[in-house]
Design a protein around this ligand. Structure first.
Ligand code: F6P
Length: 463
């Protein structure tokens, strides 16, 4: 089995017990443990000077190599190009996207720095797997340095429709560098379709039935690999969690009321403002819910130095305040809005006592909360998932109540339908979704990507 080299912007600390480790971290750690290898990325800090050295931590057959990023490039790369240019654009928010050539140049420099610092760790027969929009050009830098190993890339965000992507000033150079990988993985068929569209109509390239793409004088294999969760572990965690003090406290505090729950990073792509308005409309149009329902929205702040994130935070504070000011009673607060995060185990318990899970992003690559909510349910009395059609997860979890997150009436009607759904229908819908998640878990995602990556050079040669 080939040694695996994983590169991502953030690297999860080596203490595996960390219950809040996300889906990617779980999969990457499992893949690294299976094969042995290296996880390379940013250590979360900045430094003076332009030549930082990686810090190396060994844990059995795994090595973690992390480095700080030079100021001021870090700011231009992370708060700038990654999160003010690419993130909004990839989530179809051209209105929020901001372009500055200094951002792009810093992005290229950081990608170059990552490649240069990774080189001394590489061996000839390694498999290299690079993750996410922060690091698209890194594969190209490795190729330029003469690396011949199979190099794969997985995009954890949506890939935007061609007309949206064309608004990015350096789109050609970015997509050309994406074509330097042997294998490019997308979350959903709509992302792959958008990529194909760009290749054919903008790059003048070709797509073959095998999934091979030829453009910019390069060939690459582009496929869909729907990321998932550790379904079994989350189901077990939710059983353990309902016996804990915290989950009991939440349960008691509801006082028999129905719990509607949402858990999202505080990000404008998550559709939180529309969700709050949908809930407000539920209380107006279906007044039987007054004093009978509690909406718990957990939203840990994210990318707090980016101005658009400051704006959405203010907007949500105002909305939550308005709803509570208007509807609350001396013994009932309709919205509990929390700017903090919880461990996976605790969340699993919260999900399990939720009657309705709201996952209504305006655009999302996959959305693992949707999958976690389903995995955490009690089979005898499962809750209902209300899911945006614009989340990648909607392509698999078709038995959820699928909504248009821009349509506030659709949201409020779906919440009402979820609250009043008969037990038999809830069980049927949940059972079908759980079957899907048992088959397609995070480990099958990892295995299918890595086996394609191992075969990719031969596939490309034959193309
Ligand atoms: O899923 C997209 C993503 O950018 C991941 O790469 C990242 O770990 C997560 O969102 C959180 O974002 P950030 O690293 O900017 O806090």
């Amino acid at each position: 089995m080939k040694r695996l080299i994983v590169v991502s912007n953030r690297v999860t600390p080596s203490d595996e017990g960390n219950a809040s480790a996300g889906g990617l971290a779980v999969a990457v750690l499992a893949a690294l443990k299976q094969r042995g290898g290296l996880w390379f990325g940013w250590n979360g800090e900045t430094c003076q000077g332009t030549d930082p050295n990686p810090e190396i931590v060994k844990a059995g057959s795994l090595t973690f190599a992390t480095l700080p990023m030079p100021e001021p490039d870090f700011d231009l790369y992370y708060n700038g190009y990654a999160n003010r240019s690419l993130w909004p654009l990839f989530h179809y928010r051209t209105d929020l996207a901001f372009f500055d050539h200094n951002f792009f140049e810093a992005y290229l420099r950081i990608n170059g720095l990552f490649a240069t610092k990774l080189l001394p760790f590489l061996q000839e027969d390694d498999l290299i797997w690079i993750h996410d929009y922060h690091l698209i050009p890194m594969g190209q830098h490795l190729r330029d340095a003469g690396m011949k190993q199979p190099i794969g890339f997985f995009l954890h965000t949506p890939f935007p429709a061609m007309e949206i992507l064309l608004t990015l000033p350096n789109h050609k150079s970015l997509i050309k560098s994406l074509c330097a990988y042997d294998l490019v993985g997308f979350q959903s068929t709509s992302d792959l379709r958008a990529f194909h569209d760009y290749i054919i109509h903008e790059a003048g390239g070709e797509i073959f039935e095998s999934g091979v793409v030829r453009a910019f004088g390069r060939t690459t294999l582009a496929r869909v690999f729907a990321i998932s969760i550790d379904t079994k572990t989350i189901a077990q965690q939710s059983i353990r969690a309902i016996r804990t003090k915290a989950v009991n406290r939440l349960s008691k505090s509801l006082n028999e009321r129905v719990l509607v729950i949402g858990v999202d990073r505080l990000d404008y792509s998550k559709g939180l403002a529309q969700r709050f308005r949908g809930y407000e409309r539920l209380l107006k149009h279906y007044p039987e819910n007054l004093n009978q329902v509690v909406f718990l929205q957990i939203a840990p702040p994210s990318r707090t130095e980016v101005p658009e994130y400051v704006d959405i935070r203010h907007e949500l504070e105002t909305l939550a305040g308005n709803i509570n000011g208007y509807f609350a009673e001396f013994d009932w607060i309709p919205v509990r809005y929390l700017n903090k995060g919880y461990t996976m185990q605790r969340l699993a318990g919260f999900y399990r006592i939720g009657r309705v899970g709201l996952v209504t992003p305006l655009r999302d690559g996959m959305n693992l909360v949707a999958k976690e909510f389903v995995a955490a349910q009690n089979p005898a009395d499962p809750g209902v998932l209300v899911l945006s059609r614009f989340a990648g997860a909607a392509q698999e979890l078709t038995e959820a109540l699928i909504v248009n997150p821009f349509d506030v009436d659709d949201l409020s009607n779906a919440i009402q339908r979820a609250i009043t759904m008969p037990l038999e229908e809830r069980r049927k819908r949940w059972g079908a979704m759980m079957e899907t998640l048992k088959k397609n878990d995070i480990f099958s995602w990892r295995d299918s990507f890595l086996s394609e990556l191992e075969k990719a050079p031969a596939t490309l040669e034959g193309a």
